[in-house]
Design a protein around this ligand. Sequence first.
Ligand code: DQA
Length: 148
Amino acid sequence: PHVLVLHGPNLNLLGSREPGHYGLATLDDINRVLVSRGEAVNAQVETFQNNHEGALIDRIHQAAHDQVDFIVINPAGYTHTSIALRDALAATAIPFVEVHLSNIYAREPFRHHSYFSDLAVGVVSGLGAHGYELALEYALRHLPNRTS
Ligand code: DQA
């Protein structure tokens, strides 16, 4: 299986960014765990972070071309704003889990709405970096085994 993990804007700052909300793990720490988990079960796990909406959209289009089986995405601030990013996921129809480090429902009202949740297979919010691992486990367990 081939899983793409997408990280939206400002997540490159993890480790130093508002640790009370987002924890002390860096993005590299998080990605390393996910990639090695994939290696352990012969799955290809790719990660991509970008601060620009269009770059994330282009990466989703490429994922369809690359026959990615599953996406784990933390759209970060775009969660609450981006119809275009939502449309990219809808267009490719690649199943995805939406992940948030913080519990968006325990924060400001403008974070309570997500443009992604109704399309997502599921949502993990508030479990910190562990949320990404849980989303990846779901993907690995629910995908057929392929050799490529
Ligand atoms: C976030 C929550 C969003 O509201 C925020 O804009 C982020 C990160 C999270 O992982 O908790 O940048 O997606």
